[in-house]
Design a protein around this ligand. Structure first.
Ligand SMILES: [Zn+2]
Length: 276
């Protein structure tokens, strides 16, 4: 083989290797707390099966709903779909079933409560598809696995007490492109619970945080001690309160970002070399 093409192959190999270690990641806002996290290769969706408004929380506008239905545009080639918990502002069983049945590639991981509600809508599929995975992570034993170029960790975070005590809520850590992204679902603003999940031991680059953490109360302390990411994105904002929340954050937490509309995106780049 002539040495010039040898060099070229070596160079291409180098490009491929560096691309797999370091890449920009794009976070795409969906409805409510739904997001897609992508490094251009692996596309991971969390709480993305939300199409209709629920309570005061928004759904997808018509153009995005069409992309959802056709699994095109933002919703094309989803490798992995995750759902934090069974509340309908985070997972809508009918749309979750339609999406999973319309796909041949998307792998779905969630807890037994989410999967139980989906079984009521598409029992045959949910009980037979090899792409449906029920997880039951524990504080001392999170579920960890690899999906394409990403490392996933699913771990419990309490939804709260009283009527919320029995709701299984899972947090998700996604490592890709040299960055770590955290999604907490509807985790209670409970420092003890975050400590139990040992989340302060993780170097988080991008955290998706329900906006009420930044309102007066215990949230800001929890953020500072446990989820003090380089980049913070406020999520779960009711469309009717968007203007007010934006204004409030601008005043008191100017570094906190908002992706205001479904399909809005932000791109993040790793600093320094990725962990070996
Ligand atoms: Zn909830």
């Amino acid at each position: 083989m002539p040495s010039a093409s040898h060099q070229l192959i070596k160079f291409l190999l180098f490009l491929c290797l560096s691309a797999s270690l370091r890449a920009d990641i794009t976070v795409t806002q969906l409805a409510n707390e739904g997001v897609i996290i992508s490094d251009g290769e692996t596309r991971i969706m969390i709480d993305g099966f939300v199409v209709e408004p629920y309570s005061v929380y928004g759904g997808l506008p018509a153009d995005a709903a069409l992309q959802f239905e056709q699994q095109s545009g933002a919703f094309a080639d989803i490798d992995l779909a995750l759902a934090s918990h069974r509340h309908h502002d985070h997972n809508q069983p009918r749309f979750a079933c339609a999406f999973m049945q319309g796909s041949t590639v998307t792998e779905f991981y969630s807890g037994s409560q989410v999967i139980g509600l989906m079984r009521e809508k598409c029992r045959q599929f949910m009980t037979t598809s090899p792409r449906v995975h029920e997880v039951s992570p524990q504080y001392e034993a999170p579920e960890s696995f690899q999906a394409g170029g990403a490392k996933i960790r699913i771990f419990p975070l309490s939804h709260g007490t009283r009527k919320y005590a029995r709701i299984q809520n899972n947090g998700h850590l996604i490592e890709m492109g040299g960055l770590t992204v955290l999604h907490v679902g509807d985790a209670a603003m409970d420092a003890t619970d975050y400590a139990r999940a040992a989340i302060d031991k993780v170097d988080i680059d991008v955290a998706l945080i329900p906006f009420w953490y930044f309102q007066p109360g215990p949230g800001a302390d929890v953020v500072e001690k446990y989820i003090d990411a380089r980049f913070k994105i406020a999520v779960h904002i009711p469309p009717g309160e968007m203007a007010e929340v934006k204004e409030y954050l601008k005043q008191d937490f100017p570094q906190v970002m908002i992706l205001e509309n479904p399909l809005d995106q932000a791109v993040f780049t790793a600093i320094g070399p990725p962990p070996q």
